[in-house]
Every structure is written in C-alpha cells, then in structure tokens.
Design a protein around this ligand. Structure first.
Ligand code: GDP
Ligand code: GDP
Length: 444
C-alpha cells in the first residue's frame, strides 16, 4: 500500500511547527543525509502504531497583515486538500476562534477530505478543558485538545488520524499500468514532454476521474503496454514569495512521487544543474523508487560534438553520486528526439525493481566476493558473512547475516552491492541492505 499523506494546516503561531516536530521528531534525526539537498522540515516520515505516513507542513512564510494571512491560509488549505489523505487542522485554545479559522474550516468541510481538529496549547485540561467546546462551532466534529509543548493528547489525536487510513486488505490494484511521475522544477519542459508523448502515442484516458489529487494522470499506451504518467506540470502557483513557491513545488512533488513506481527527473540542458534540480532529485532518491534523469532541451545545446553528452552525463553523475543507480537519457520535447526511449528505459527499470534473485545464486556471489576481498576486521575480530537472501522487491531488499553488525562497514556493503550489480545490473533502482547478526553455527 502506498504511504498516506497527512497535512498540517493552521494559522500562524497556533503551534503547527511544534506539533510537526513532535510527531516527526524522532524520525527526522535519523533521516539519512542526501548530500546537496538542504533538508528543512517541509515533509518528514512519521509513524504511529505501525502506520507509516508522510507528514507535510503546509505553513510557509508567516504573513503579518490580516489580508495576507487569509489568502495564505486559503492557499495552504487548498494545497492540503489537493495532496493529503488526512488533514490535521490546528487551532489555538488561547486565542479562541477567529474569522480565518471559520473560513478554512468551511473550505476543508466542503472538500470532503477527512479532517482532524486539533485544539492546541491545552497545557492543562483543568484550566482549558471547557474552552475546547467552542470549537464544535467549526462543524468539523470532535475537537481534540492537545498540548504540543507538554506532549499531551497527541496520541489520542493520532489515533483519530489513522482511523481515516484505509484498512489494509488484500487490496487488488486493478490498474496494473506502470506509474511514472514526471517531476522537475518549473520550466524544464514537463508539459512539453507530456504533450509530445500524447501526440505520438495512443491515449486511453486523460485526467482520470476520481483523482482529486494535485497531479494530472495521463494514461498512454505504447507498444501495447499501459503507462500512467503522473504529471506535476501546470500546477505552479503564482505565488509572490520564492520560498512559498519552493514549498508548494516540494509538497506536490512528494505527493506525485508517493504514487509512482518510477520518477522521471527532468533537467534543463541549457541551464546546467541547479539547487532546485538537486532538491527534486533528492526527493526521488529518498523515496526508494526508480529514478531516470532526463536531460531535456538537448536540441538547444549549441556546438555539440561526440563528447558533449558524455561530459554532461559525467557532471550529472558527480552531482548525483549518492544515487549511482540512476539512469540517464538526453531528450528533446521540441523535436521529439529519443522521447520514445523513455518507455524502453521505464520497462528496464521496472524489471529491475521487481527482479528476484535466488538465494543459491546470491550466496555464490557472496562467497566469491569475500574470497576476492577480505572482509574488514577490528581489534582482532574479523567480519564474517554467513548468508544472504532477498526478502523483498520494489526496491529489491537483501538481508545479510553476519557475525557482528558493527564490523559491516558501509563500504563493504557497497562492495557487495557492486558485486550484485555486476552480475544483475539492477539499472535504475536502489538496492536496500539489512544487516542481521547470527552466531556461527546457528541453523547450520
Ligand atoms: P506555527 O506558526 O503554527 O508553526 O507555530 P509554532 O509551532 O512556531 O508555535 C508558535 C508559538 O506557540 C511558539 O512560541 C510555541 O512555543 C508556542 N506553542 C506551540 N505549541 C504550544 C503548546 O502546546 N502550548 C503552549 N503554551 N505554547 C505552544
Ligand atoms: P514545465 O514548467 O516544466 O511544464 O515546462 P514547459 O513544458 O512549460 O516548458 C517551458 C519552456 O521550455 C517552454 O517555453 C517550452 O517551449 C520550452 N521547452 C520545453 N521543452 C523543450 C525542448 O526540448 N527544447 C527547447 N528548445 N525548448 C523546450
């Protein structure tokens, strides 16, 4: 099942960030660093009672005038409605209800999205308990009294949030088309690529009904196979503040990637690689989905010779060295050059995402690998690898049983990964490794 998206909405100063950090806090500190990606807390992985979800903070710049607060809140609420599965609406027991709260509550109610009303700053139920009732007036059901600072009531509120998650049944996904998210900063050519692909291929349904999400789905048939392109183009908000636009684009990208199997990261060849590109690519990488980097506008690069593409790709690979598995394609939406290669590459990546390697074969690779390069040792104790098996796909996940986890350095895991890739390639997908300890002789 895909990860649920939970958005936090509310006026400035009601305590959204405090609540966000409280819910996501533990997870944030252990989040792996993706070099080149400045991570602020627009979104974070979170978990409550074994329910994993992505928490998004829709609040950006704090506006100072009442007019701006209102328009900003409308935009925030709309963003949450478009991208989230459940919305946490935060209000402040100390200020009580204000006009902006009513306005947002109306929007949220009309959207039909599940909303959990969080009345924050209830630091003492004795003192503020009675003030909570006022918030029934918003027409959003039971208010949950919470103190983000004192960590009170948050559990009950999260219980309510996860009640709105779909029950995990043996869910039959009737749509077995490959889902491809087309992502990239504004103006890299996302709409142009989609339009050209539409012109060149058969389209089944455009703008699939029922997708209330903030991305446009387009189903294309190519060589008899179905592909759903999840397109974040044309959704650019005409905001006044750069930071805001950035926040919106990040949240929309996270939402699109969440639903995809494979991310097509579009980059503008005429611009080189920018911070914005790095950030979008980082979102794709951290999702564990397949990644294809498409360098668009290749037609507009002047004075190309037989080395230009190679040089460009080398530069990209340096920048994206944290995802060596990414595939590269140089295209032009303008001329249509290599555009249909997207399908070949998507098929290849899909194959590697779903590939299963037999345990016997994996252990042959492991034995050969450890013979060629001795495992590291520390203080006289040498790492031993006992056994390796693949436990999952999408992304392919391998468990390695060793004598001592501490001895399994990142670099040796990387070495094993390279050996597996040498044998099977796995183009376009990250591989995940879990290291487990086992005593020698156990189960043998
Ligand atoms: P945001 O603008 O909605 O993100 O609000 P912040 O999280 O930045 O919080 C605004 C102010 O309210 C800060 O001074 C917080 O310390 C304070 N605050 C947040 N949660 C609580 C709470 O549960 N109780 C009290 N008393 N203050 C809180
Ligand atoms: P989006 O914001 O990512 O959807 O980008 P658009 O598709 O709107 O494209 C932004 C601009 O780049 C438009 O003026 C396009 O005509 C231009 N553009 C898009 N793809 C190409 C391309 O392959 N070559 C050239 N030369 N221009 C392109």
């Amino acid at each position: 099942m895909r990860k649920m998206m939970v958005a936090v909405v509310g006026r400035p100063n009601v305590g959204k960030s405090t609540l966000f950090n409280l819910i996501a806090g533990k997870q944030i500190s252990i989040v792996k660093d993706t070099p080149g990606v400045t991570r602020d807390r627009i979104y974070a992985d979170a978990e409550w009672l074994n329910n994993k979800f992505t928490l998004i903070d829709t609040g950006g710049i704090e506006p100072d005038s009442q007019d701006i607060i209102l328009s900003q809140m409308r935009a925030q609420a709309q963003l949450a409605i478009d991208t989230a599965d459940v919305i946490i609406f935060v209000v402040d027991v100390r200020t009580g209800l204000v006009d902006a709260d009513y306005e947002v509550a109306n929007m949220l109610r009309k959207s039909g999205k599940p909303v959990v009303l969080c009345v924050n700053k209830v630091d003492s139920f004795q003192k503020f308990g009675n003030d909570i009732y006022e918030f029934y007036n918003l027409g959003l059901g039971d208010p949950f009294g919470v103190s983000s600072v004192n960590q009170l009531g948050v559990g009950d509120m999260l219980d309510e949030v996860i009640k709105h998650f779909p029950v995990e049944t043996a869910e039959v996904d009737e749509d077995d088309s490959v889902k491809v998210a087309l992502i990239g900063k504004p103006n890299v050519g996302k709409s142009s690529v989609i339009n050209k692909l539409l012109g060149q291929n058969r389209v089944i349904v455009s703008n699939i009904a029922g997708t209330t999400r903030d991305a446009i789905d387009t189903k294309i048939v190519h060589n008899g196979k179905e592909y759903t392109f999840i397109d974040t183009a044309g959704l650019r908000r005409k905001g006044k503040i750069d930071d805001d636009i950035e926040r919106y684009s990040v949240i929309r990208t996270v939402a699109a990637v969440d639903r995809a199997d494979i991310c097509l990261v579009l980059i503008d060849a005429t611009q080189g690689i920018t911070e914005g590109d790095a950030r979008i690519a980082g979102i794709a990488h951290e999702s564990g989905k397949g990644v294809i980097i498409c360098v668009n506008k290749w037609d507009a690069v002047p004075d190309k010779n037989d080395k230009t593409m190679k040089e460009f790709q080398t530069k990209l690979m340096e920048k994206f060295s944290y995802m060596p598995y990414a595939q590269y394609l140089f295209i032009s939406a303008e001329t249509g050059q290599r555009l249909n290669k997207i399908f070949d590459l998507v098929n290849q990546v899909r194959e590697s995402q779903t590939l299963r390697i037999r345990t016997g074969v994996l252990n042959d690779i492991m034995t050969r690998a450890t013979a060629m390069k001795q495992p590291p040792s520390d203080k006289g104790k040498r790492l031993k690898l006992f056994y390796m098996t693949q436990t999952a796909v999408e992304p392919p996940t391998f468990v390695i049983f060793v004598n001592d986890q501490q001895l399994m350095h990142f670099s040796y895991t990387r070495y094993i990964e390279n050996q597996i890739r040498e044998a099977f390639g796995f183009p376009g997908t990250p591989l995940k490794f879990l290291i487990r300890e086992r005593q020698a002789g156990e189960d043998e």
